[in-house]
Design a binder for this molecule. Sequence first.
Ligand code: ZN
Length: 157
Amino acid sequence: MLEAFLREGFLLFGNFSIQPHHMIRIEHIGIAVKDLSRAEEVYAALLGAPSYKREAVESEGVITSFFQVGPNKVELLESTRPDGPIAKAIEKRGEGIHHIAFEVADIRAEMERLKAEGFTLLNEEPKRGADNKLVCFIHPKSANGVLVELCQEIVPA
Ligand code: ZN
């Protein structure tokens, strides 16, 4: 399906600069929360549909909860430890939007491209994130105060 989309993208946009190795879409918006169960209730009421899965990412010290919104997702994140990145973000800025995640077709190619454009990557190698994704984060200082995540679906071999 992705291939078809990209092929059509090429055909439809012929001479424009849509390339298969660039951003495909906003995949999800990450929201830092203090109490995941309570936030799940709020977002289930807001979106009119419950969370479809919870997933812990041990390496990041978070539990995530995902909601589908049309072709996009909302990811709620609660810290599992007081010194984790989500706990620190809430300490600094309170609860709220934590990052915007863009789906990419080739995360390594995008990391190279963005590095060459002068962006600061927070990880040099793609790492395993929630929801079966390889991810890389871009420092908010290089993106006008927004923490940007690149994500690519892991396709089973
Ligand atoms: Zn995310």
